[in-house]
Design a protein around this ligand. Structure first.
Ligand SMILES: *Cc1c(COP(=O)(O)O)cnc(C)c1O
Length: 448
């Protein structure tokens, strides 16, 4: 009976589990993979098949599945403290994590506020920005600015600063619309323009808005260097410097949403290090717990913290989640940070990245590929798919064909991307590149 039930995970899941980001009807044809266990970069299914997790399970897993060091830390923490409320109480993992993260910003962002998922971190940054201005007497500052193609999560507040039509349009009537300004996406370069030129052109758009509207604007929110969910749109760090300068001039906060690009993903621990500017609020989630447990946080400056510091409770920041600062999640994050230091991860990723980029060279120059791009541990390219109906199913066809090649890859529309964990060995890197090429040629070939 038990084993019979086990073998039927797919049918049971489809009738009882409502899967995220999925048109459930598509599973009439699209495979659903019953994962039984994971090890290193690989996920194993009930039928004994394996898949290289080339997108880090939605960009969260940095050091592999069932990582021995993170597992050991969690087992130790389990016997000490699984959870305690963070109002009126504190504990070592949350203190240690806050101090270590603050040190990684040279203590510019010295205060950490916790939640459990990325969208909530975005909500916190938006609310905190608005409330900080209000406490300073600037009560008109109630509006936010996001970039074309931005993605900051799918709760109602976060969706209001998200500009991905697929996620936003159905819920448009529920949202308080933000100002959407030009994206510095380097693919928009015109004849003779460099990526920094595109950045300067996009910053002009923001400059115009701020000149007219800054007294009503609380903050600009940006995914630094790579706008991931819209399709890995990459831009030059110059954009971040220009935004920082414009926002300083116009008294507007800068929020860097590093939920996807932080934790080494973009090539430095924080993406904004590459521009040498710090925001007023920095959001982290996804990779921070190594992909183990839900954890998110917002880091902010002393000036913001002081704007709330008072005897008056209503001037305090009013926001809480039941699992705020969960000790297990914080301990997983500490184990993750320890691996960064012990293994010199950011530097060693440069070698991994160089090898994978070289191995992907045949795809970079493939006649059906446009805009092959890479930053840190993110690779992406756009497939040339002219037929509209083929374009609509490209992503799902690619996903299914990749599974046949032992790869977990889920293109975003026509954009194929790789975001592997930071543990691939040379054979895994070469295999990933070769198989990605095989899948691409198969899918593109079948479309003709
Ligand atoms: C994933 C993501 C979020 C939302 O995080 P969730 O944990 O899925 O709510 C927000 N911003 C960016 C840039 C993301 O990639």
């Amino acid at each position: 009976m038990e084993s019979n039930k086990q073998s039927d995970w797919v049918a049971r899941s489809l009738s009882s589990v409502w899967h995220p980001c999925t048109q459930m009807q598509h599973h009439e044809n699209l495979p659903l993979i019953p994962v039984s266990h994971g090890r290193g970069a690989w996920l194993y299914d009930q039928n004994g098949r394996r898949y290289l997790d080339a997108i880090s399970s939605w960009w969260v897993n940095l050091f592999g599945h069932a990582n021995p060091r993170i597992n050991a830390a969690l087992k130790d923490q389990l016997d000490k403290l699984e959870h305690a409320m963070l109002a009126g109480f504190t504990h070592e993992p949350v203190i240690e994590l806050s101090e270590q993260l603050s040190a990684r910003t040279d203590h510019v962002l010295g205060h950490c506020f916790y939640a459990s998922d990325g969208a909530s971190a975005v909500e916190i940054a938006l609310k905190m920005s608005f409330h900080a201005w209000r406490n300073a007497g600037l009560t008109d500052k109630q509006e936010f600015v996001c970039l074309k193609g931005s993605y900051h999560g799918e709760t109602i507040g976060a969706l209001a600063v998200t500009d991905v039509a697929l996620f936003r349009d159905a819920y448009g009537p529920l949202l308080r619309q933000a100002h959407v300004v030009a994206s510095p996406d380097a693919r928009a370069a015109q004849e003779g323009e460099t990526a920094p030129d595109v950045a300067r052109r996009a910053a002009q758009d923001l400059a115009l808005l701020l000149e007219q509207r800054a007294s009503h604007i609380a903050a600009v929110i940006i995914e630094p260097l790579v706008q991931c969910a819209t399709g890995m749109a990459m831009h030059d760090p110059e954009y971040l410097r220009l935004v920082r300068a414009l926002c300083d001039r116009h008294q507007v906060h800068v929020i860097f949403d590093e939920i996807a690009v932080g934790c080494g993903r973009s090539g430095t621990f924080f993406a904004c290090e590459q521009a040498a500017v710090w925001p007023d609020f920095l959001c982290l989630s996804k990779g921070i717990s190594g992909g183990y447990l839900p954890l998110s946080l917002v880091m902010t400056r002393e000036a913001v913290f002081q704007a709330f510091y008072s005897t008056d409770v209503t001037r305090g920041f009013l926001h809480s989640h039941s699992y705020t600062g969960n000790p297990l999640a914080c301990r997983a994050a500490l184990a993750t940070l320890a691996i960064f230091d012990e293994d010199d991860v950011v530097n060693r990723n440069r070698d991994r990245a160089a090898r994978l980029t070289a191995a992907l060279a045949p795809l970079a120059t493939h006649p059906k590929v446009r805009h092959f791009r890479q930053r840190g541990m993110i690779w992406a390219f756009d497939a040339v798919v002219e037929d509209v109906s083929a374009a609509a199913t490209f992503s799902r066809r690619f996903f299914a064909a990749a599974l046949e090649q032992e790869l977990l890859l889920r293109p975003i529309g026509r954009t194929v991307y790789l975001m592997p964990p930071y543990i691939l060995d040379d054979a895994e890197i070469d295999g990933l590149a070769a198989r990605t090429q095989t899948v691409f040629e198969q899918v593109i070939g079948a479309l003709k």
